[in-house]
Design a binder for this molecule. Structure first.
Ligand code: SAM
Length: 181
């Protein structure tokens, strides 16, 4: 069972940096995939470069979709759960039930105004506090609660570079690539 993200809406140029960060948080914090609607090619290149350098090219996928409503319908039809992160939802601190572990989860986050039907298609509308802030912060906090911190010690396969954690300075191990004949 896995967790994926749907980045709903993207205002060209203005949202490039935010959408890139949403994708990087998704990868780093344990999601297997991000679905995005129209985005600039440079965003895809950045994510690919991060996966090439830091690993995960086979573990994290990006898919550009046109019809997000059809994705939501298919997700539900396949018995998946849709979690929409919105400041109007139930405060994550007050959720009375457990997160739906054991099912594929699609976490929906918006860019600007999210269409009303999303609030009803979603199985859960969850607020990371009932104040407006940021999709990057909301996603990071939700994933951290969901994985209970374990996502922070994730490591990825096929990394060219690996950090050796140190309390002072920067230590990075560079993997030597085998020469092909
Ligand atoms: C900048 S906000 C735009 C919100 C917009 N005004 C609306 O009515 O949907 C972009 C996204 O950040 C996320 N977000 C912002 N504040 C949130 C909160 N308190 N809890 C959960 N998600 C939040 C939501 O996914 C939202 O769609």
């Amino acid at each position: 069972m896995s967790i994926a993200v749907l980045r709903l809406g993207h205002r060209l140029v203005r949202d490039d940096r935010t959408t890139t960060h949403v994708a990087l948080v998704s990868r780093a914090f344990g999601c297997k995939k991000i679905f995005m609607t129209d985005v600039d090619e440079s965003i895809l290149e950045t994510i690919k470069r991060v996966c090439d350098d830091w690993g995960g090219s086979n573990e994290f996928d990006v898919e550009i979709i046109q019809d997000w409503r059809s994705l939501l319908k298919t997700w539900k039809k396949n018995n998946g759960i849709i979690v929409h992160l919105t400041m109007y939802g139930i405060n994550i601190e007050h959720l009375s039930h457990d997160y739906p572990h054991g099912k594929n989860i699609l976490v929906v986050i918006g860019a600007s105004k999210v269409p009303k039907d999303v609030y009803f298609i979603a199985d859960m509308n969850i607020a990371v506090g009932n104040q407006p802030h940021s999709e990057i912060a909301a996603l990071a906090i939700f994933l951290d609660r969901y994985f209970q911190g374990k996502e922070l010690i994730n490591s990825f396969d096929n990394a060219k570079m690996k950090i050796v954690p140190s309390s002072r300075g920067k230590i990075v191990k560079i993997r030597k690539l085998k020469k092909s004949n």
